[in-house]
Design a protein around this ligand. Structure first.
Ligand code: BGC
Length: 801
């Protein structure tokens, strides 16, 4: 079972916030960081509770400018539970805290299988009396509105009373990210506390501008309580407080259970959030029963997402899966939310939704397709807003925002702080219009994997057509090159935002943008052609798409310009003319130069001048498309992309990338394993360790990197197996990996549950569970194909290396 446990021995204030992020518990609706219940927000601690999709917008003044930001809101903290020895003649002792000098022992254990966080601490009071405290918490996976904390107190070598204070704290702000602290973080207003029935206390508040009402109710009970041991309310203006006194007999553990319910006015099937929360907590069963139903829900999730990878890699992958499922669980399927880049684990990137779903949905498609569908529906609901963004930019079609939040407007900040120089700088990352292609790609992949033609033929088709229209309109004919060009964009490598001496931001002909745009247009054309007639008529009417426009699309999708230089694909037009960076010199001066943009800006220079990228940009093409598909895409555009050119391109950018994003190691690992390169596993390992070792230096404590976490799962699922869900078949092209020679997983494909794929040296095995009406699956590997009937399995030998 140790593969399922993450244990932390000792107390390290400097590492506590990282632990809090990695020990977050959640259920796809809400998540709470693994902060100590007896601590409030401060240098070492940052308790945070976030409900998916609960945003609020505030205006702040920085550098004399008014800036508006929408943030996922840190909601009232339900964790607080502190304790001290009760008053003798000298009054009560001080509250115990790990930051005082009484801490004797501190242990934390995250149990991935059961979805619980256990904490054991031993404190010594000034008079030498010792108290052992064991806590077990959960954020319920079956009832997403419930969370509980069980605390067991044991007096060691003495008998006497302790005071316990249990609270729900509405006085919290968003202050988890140091870089944002000069921005207004006061999102909660009208905070009030009161008593409900049967020892239930409540706290209510609302978000300042989005006016989301929040109700939290709590019940704290001591086992076998009588008299003063019954909780007494003692509310403060922004805290609902219950106090009780607990008599302890030497060595006899006594437990206090805190059960909490949380609702917001965004929830369905409620009257008002406060009533819903109070009612829910009042009716909730006891801790043991809740623990049991919570564990059952997790067991079911693990069965659906079974992953069998040996060793340390497997341990980390399971942690990644755990956090992905805590952010995007089957409960998410009922919500109107997207993929938050940092999970529900912290406030970095303000809970915004970027293109990171490109690294998340391919994994979910083959496990929890209903969740993928909901995440795509989040995008569909904001399609009209993407139309508004395109119109405002003077374009047709749909231009999805680089950062999306509540209503789909562009949420990218206008200024960002370089902590190295202390300067606030204009942020042009909103020019990453390639996010639209990521959405289109996900629509396509989801439908291929799930067989959900209903979605493809309705919402999916409309999204594809409108995104394709944006690209076709953005492409301008250049008579000199006799090619279409897309100008003024930023590619996935967001370090390059402008040409070195240009007046304005934006680059021309980003290869990744252009090739994926051509792919989107081609897919939209195929789809319109293949739609059942009644659907095609509806779609053409809804989108006013006419044959002439489609003819133009066809032309654009075969004549978009892809720049090359020195025998490699250029990241953008003119990339090859930029200066070479003195990587060694810079490393010698600064050590870690992943955040090259900040390092150079602080030196008065700019990364725009150099051939140096933050993360995979051109190479993203090798992540999205198999070598054969990529070759075909280039051929459609009239370019010959042979293996040598691609290999040269891989080498070229490998030497010029600083990996300033956790996505970079992942994509490089993936691409290098496809071209069968030895160093592939080094990058895979970097992707695996991104969060557990906090490789980007202090970023994980602000929230996990969900794209990289899900991406590593997909690295095993599709990267190493070479699995593609294409044209109604399952294609495999496994690549050997020195770091991982045996692995297996269970997936869902075209309505089949529990499809088992396992790889061993020399063979690939696929098993299909019995399913009375399930259709057979066609498997393709190399030149061979096999038809697998439900209830059977097959073993395919792998080609020798
Ligand atoms: C990366 C983006 C990513 C964002 C959110 C940035 O550092 O460069 O590609 O979308 O983080 O995860």
């Amino acid at each position: 079972m140790t593969d399922w446990l993450w244990e932390y021995e000792g107390y390290d204030p400097a590492g506590e916030r990282l632990r809090e992020a990695l020990c977050t518990l959640g259920n796809g609706y809400v998540a709470t960081r693994g902060a100590a219940p007896e601590c409030t927000a401060g240098e070492a601690h940052y308790p945070g509770t976030y409900v998916a999709g609960c945003y609020n917008r505030l205006t702040s003044t920085v550098s004399g400018r008014e800036v508006e930001n929408e943030d996922v809101v840190n909601l009232p903290n339900w964790l607080p539970l502190r304790f001290r020895t009760a008053g003798g003649d000298d009054g009560p002792g001080p509250w115990f805290t790990p930051d005082g000098d009484g801490l004797r022992e501190h242990r934390q254990r995250l149990d991935l299988f059961g979805g619980t966080l256990e904490r054991t601490v031993r404190y010594a009071a000034a008079d030498g009396r010792e108290l052992t405290v064991r806590q077990l918490r959960l954020v319920h996976m079956a009832d997403p509105h419930i969370a509980c904390l069980r605390t067991e107190f044991t007096a060691e070598g003495w008998s006497g009373a302790i005071e316990v204070e249990s609270a729900v704290d509405g006085g919290v702000t968003n202050s988890g990210v140091a870089r944002y602290r000069r921005l207004d973080g006061h999102h909660l207003v009208d905070v009030g506390a009161g008593d409900g029935d049967e020892d239930v206390v409540w706290l209510r508040c609302r978000t300042r501008t989005s006016d989301i009402r929040v109700g939290v109710a709590a019940r704290t009970t001591a086992e076998g309580a009588a008299g003063r041991e019954r909780p007494r309310s003692d509310h403060e203006p922004t805290r609902a407080v219950q106090r009780l006194e607990l008599s302890l007999a030497d060595g006899q553990p006594r437990t206090v259970d805190k059960t909490v319910a949380l609702h917001t006015s965004r929830d369905t099937a409620i009257s008002d959030p406060l009533h819903a929360a109070a009612d829910r907590v009042r009716r909730a069963p006891g801790f043991d029963e809740l623990l049991e139903s919570h564990r059952t829900a997790w067991r079911q999730l693990w069965r659906r997402a079974d992953l069998d990878v040996p060793g340390e890699a497997g341990r980390i992958l399971r942690l990644h899966l755990f956090h992905v499922l805590q952010t995007l669980s089957p409960h998410t399927a009922d919500l109107d939310v997207g993929v938050p880049a940092r999970g529900l684990h912290g406030e970095a990137y303000r809970g915004h939704v970027f293109w990171d779903e490109l690294f998340v949905l391919p994994y979910l498609n083959l496990r929890f397709p209903e969740v993928s569908r909901a995440l795509l529906t989040y995008r569909y609901r904001r399609l009209d807003q993407a139309g508004v963004l395109a119109r405002d930019a003077g374009r047709r079609g749909a231009m999805y925002p680089w950062q999306s939040g509540s209503d789909g407007r562009e949420e990218t900040q206008q200024l960002h702080l370089n902590p190295r120089s202390g300067r606030w700088l204009p942020d042009h990352s909103r020019l990453q219009h390639h996010v639209g292609s990521a959405i289109a790609y996900n629509v396509w992949q989801y439908c291929e994997a799930s067989g959900d033609t209903e979605f493809l033929h309705t919402k999916g088709a409309e999204m594809l057509v409108r995104i394709a229209r944006f690209w076709a309109d953005a492409a301008q004919w250049d008579p000199e090159k006799a090619r279409y060009r897309i100008r003024g964009v930023v590619g996935p490598d967001e370090y390059h935002e402008a040409y070195p001496d240009a007046d304005g931001p934006g680059l021309d002909d980003n290869a990744y943008t252009n090739v994926t745009a051509a792919w989107v247009i081609a897919r939209a054309l195929d789809l319109v052609r293949d739609l059942p007639e009644p659907r095609r008529v509806d779609l053409l009417e809804r989108t006013t798409l006419e044959p002439g426009e489609m003819e133009h699309w066809r032309e654009v999708s075969t004549r978009l310009y892809v720049p090359f230089h020195a025998g490699v694909i250029s990241q953008f037009h003119g990339y090859g003319e930029l200066e070479e960076l003195d990587w060694a010199g810079l490393r010698a001066r600064h050590g870690d130069i992943r955040r090259l943009d900040r390092v150079l800006e602080a030196e008065g220079d700019t990364v725009n001048r150099y051939q140096a990228s933050k993360q995979a940009d051109v190479l993203m093409l090798g992540y999205l498309f198999s070598p054969a598909e990529l070759r075909a895409l280039f051929a459609r555009l009239g370019y010959d992309l042979d293996d040598e050119t691609w290999q040269r391109t891989v080498d070229y950018y490998l030497r010029r990338t600083s990996h300033g994003s956790t996505l970079s190691g992942l994509v490089h690992g993936w691409v290098l394993s496809r071209v069968r390169r030895k160093e592939a596993w080094d990058y895979c390992r970097e992707a695996l360790e991104g969060d557990v070792a906090d490789l980007q230096g202090g970023t994980t404590e602000e929230g996990v990197h969900l794209g990289a976490m899900a991406g590593t799962l997909d690295l095993v699922q599709r990267g190493l197996t070479g699995m593609e869900t294409r044209a109604g078949s399952l294609w495999f092209d496994p690549v050997p990996s020195p770091g991982l020679t045996e692995y297996g997983f269970t997936m869902r494909y075209h309505g089949h549950w529990g499809v088992r794929v396992s790889v061993r040296p020399g063979e690939l095995r696929i098993g299909l569970p019995p399913s009375p009406d399930g259709p057979p699956i066609e498997i393709r590997l190399g030149g061979r194909s096999a038809v697998l009937e439900p209830g059977t399995s097959c073993v395919l030998p792998l080609p020798e290396e």
